[in-house]
Design a protein around this ligand. Structure first.
Ligand SMILES: Nc1ncnc2c1ncn2[C@@H]1O[C@H](COP(=O)(O)OP(=O)(O)OP(=O)(O)O)[C@@H](O)[C@H]1O
Length: 628
């Protein structure tokens, strides 16, 4: 696109030269386009050197995306000379350079397994429990939230844990880092700010290097990040922000969209620009998306119009279950050269679709991969049940599931087995425990015969048998009550594992398939393809010809905890981001049954269907798979 194609409102923003500015825009209205064209304008019209402009992006992926678009839309040699980076990368470079010059030995705590091990130890100490993957993510983001929002012990907050306990864990975490000369992503920002505040010479050298700062996706920038950005802008105030408060979806990580409202007060000289035409989507998609986001109260009001004609109808498509839906998707994605994305709220949703696409030889790339889902405790439990059924001497599997069956196994019984089984059949050993009452012996005999039956089943039936005959669903229900999590997560996971199991004949094949998929995910992470599987969070900033959104299920999207107004509004923004990724077609695929239980319409499906649009219809409201 040449600069001549820009609209007058885009041109106004692109032409902004000195001083602070905020460009507020709707999805697909050219925020990224404006940032790219402004770079060109600064260089060609105002004689700014490309290296003097720092463009802060939301993620590493968007830094790369912006560079690629810059190469395509303006001179590719010039594109190479601009600096695009996340604020974390900037802070990391600054801070580690400083440490090196001062000969201080400190290193970054890895966000993955190293952080997991540390938090698991702290969790065990304070909560006397094992940290699950889900809780790791919650705990990690709660600690980050405390840091980014600068919360105090006295601040009320909506925690997954009690507020007091999370504060103690956060303190223990920070103390450990301090004592072991470690810093994490949040510390990087904090230390970079401190460094710049305490060292006017360093700050002046940064101002000299980067007299112009641009910030993309400003709605998802945290308080701490803004503090650093303001320091970078310095007294020249050459700070150019682009944002859409309706696309703020990282509240759980401390995004602070209120800053956009405060910006004109902080910078009284600030110019305000608006981009109100969507160039991306079919007119109908824009209308429906706009009707949905209008339900949020806490937002800047924006006028929204579509550049493209209204041709296709965004639709809800109903399916009996996940199998018919996946079959439909595999057919739809067989490749007509167009780009398409399957978007979902939770990573688990990718698993059965990946499996189906691989079976159908359909190429795809995956963002935000569900790696932890294949190592999730729930699939580990299922595989332990199956392994124990095949190898009744396997103590490790028995220990894993001992308290998760309807066999009423006590700690004393488990200890007895550990001390006495000596490679024998565990159930025989249990039955012979001398301290059992008669009724307990009978229960263990029944358990043994259930496991013998389990060994003979095909994988799909085996999972069903584990859920029902072996009492695993009851265990999950109690567990979700104890942890105040939604049973819907477990149901969705079990449904996904059953979908993997369905075409397989033996339980050994299921164990192998789980391992294979783990390796295949890595492959599909590397590839680029016209078909993308992604969480909605991961699709931020991207666009596709067709978008299929799946698993918009009650208590999952919006989530169980997201019924409070602020949280509900953030979930709605996420829904809105997903819809507005589509260029020509948007389909919401809904299964009427999830793991055998009726799956009601979620609030968002109702809102989607409730759009009072004369030119808007819904396809396939038949209760039948669309392919039939
Ligand atoms: N003036 C224009 N004329 C035609 N197409 C345009 C124009 N401006 C932007 N576009 C196109 O519209 C689409 C959306 O633009 P862009 O990605 O810059 O929007 P955005 O505001 O950053 O989107 P979002 O915030 O939803 O991710 C792109 O395909 C872009 O090439």
């Amino acid at each position: 696109m040449t600069q001549n194609n820009l609209t007058p409102e885009q041109n106004l923003a692109v032409s902004h030269f000195l001083g602070p500015a905020l460009t507020l825009a709707i999805p697909g209205s050219g925020k990224t386009t404006v940032l790219i064209h402004r770079l060109k304008k600064l260089v060609e019209t105002h004689g700014v050197s490309p290296g003097e402009i720092l463009t802060v992006t939301f993620s590493k992926a968007s830094a790369t995306d912006m560079k690629t678009r810059c190469q395509a839309q303006i001179d590719s040699n010039l594109a190479e000379k601009f600096d695009f980076m996340t604020i974390h990368k900037f802070a990391y470079r600054l801070y580690t350079h400083y440490l090196k010059t001062k000969n201080i030995s400190k290193r970054l705590l890895e966000d993955g397994s190293e952080k997991y091990r540390l938090l698991a130890g702290i969790f065990r100490h304070y909560e006397d429990d094992f940290l699950t993957d889900d809780f790791f993510e919650s705990l990690s983001s709660e600690i980050s939230l405390i840091y980014n929002l600068k919360l105090k012990r006295t601040d009320a907050h909506l925690p997954n844990f009690t507020w007091h306990s999370i504060f103690k864990m956060a303190e223990a975490y920070h103390l450990y880092k301090h004592r072991n000369h470690l810093f994490d992503f949040d510390d990087m920002l904090y230390y970079a700010i401190k460094l710049l505040k305490n060292n006017p010479t360093i700050l002046a050298s940064i101002h000299k290097k980067y007299p112009y700062i641009q910030v993309d996706e400003a709605q998802d920038t945290s308080k701490l990040q803004f503090e650093l950005i303001e320091l970078l802008a310095g007294p020249s105030e050459n700070l150019f922000l682009v944002a859409d408060d309706d696309q703020s979806i990282y509240g759980f990580r401390g995004a602070y969209p209120q800053y956009l409202l405060e910006f004109p007060q902080k910078y009284p000289k600030a110019k305000l620009y608006h981009l109100s035409t969507n160039f991306r989507s079919d007119g109908n998609i824009v209308t429906v998306a706009s009707g949905i986001i209008d339900k949020n109260q806490n937002r800047y009001h924006k006028s929204m119009s579509a550049h493209n004609p209204s041709v296709n109808l965004p639709s809800v498509v109903w399916f009996d279950d996940l199998y018919t839906r996946n079959h439909y998707l595999a057919n739809a994605l067989k490749g007509d050269g167009q780009t398409a994305a399957v978007l979902y709220r939770n990573k688990i949703s990718a698993l059965s679709i990946m499996d189906e696409l691989i079976r159908n030889g359909i190429d795809f790339s995956i963002k935000d991969p569900p790696i932890s889902e294949l190592n999730h405790w729930l699939i580990k439990d299922i595989l332990a049940f199956i392994t124990l059924a095949m190898i009744p001497q396997d103590l490790e599997s028995f220990e894993r599931i001992a308290f998760k069956t309807n066999g009423f196994i006590s700690r004393e019984m488990l200890q007895y087995v550990k001390d006495n089984h000596r490679g024998r059949n565990i159930f025989d050993c249990l039955i012979q425990a001398p301290f059992l009452e008669d009724y307990q012996t009978r229960t263990q005999e029944q358990l043994k015969s259930n496991f013998e039956a389990l060994a003979k089943l095909r994988p799909f039936d085996a999972i069903h048998f584990i859920e029902t005959e072996l009492g695993y669903l009851d265990y999950l229900k109690k567990n979700s009550e104890r942890l105040s999590t939604s049973m819907h997560y477990s149901r969705t996971r079990l449904d996904a594992y059953k979908a993997l199991a369905k075409p397989l004949k033996t339980t050994v094949e299921l164990i192998q398939r789980v391992q294979e998929l783990d390796a295949l995910i890595q492959e599909h992470m590397q590839t680029s393809s016209k078909i993308t599987l992604s969480t909605i969070h991961g699709s931020k900033g991207l666009e596709f010809d067709t978008v299929y959104m799946i698993d918009v299920n009650p208590k999952l999207f919006p989530g169980l905890r997201q019924t409070e107004n602020d949280a509900l509004e953030e979930e709605r923004r996420l829904f809105y981001v997903g819809i507005t990724r589509a260029r020509y077609n948007f389909e919401l695929l809904h299964c009427e049954f999830v793991n055998g239980a009726f799956n009601q319409n979620s609030k968002f499906i109702e809102e989607f269907m409730g759009q009072p649009l004369s030119d808007h219809r819904f396809n396939n409201i038949t209760g039948k798979p669309a392919t039939s």
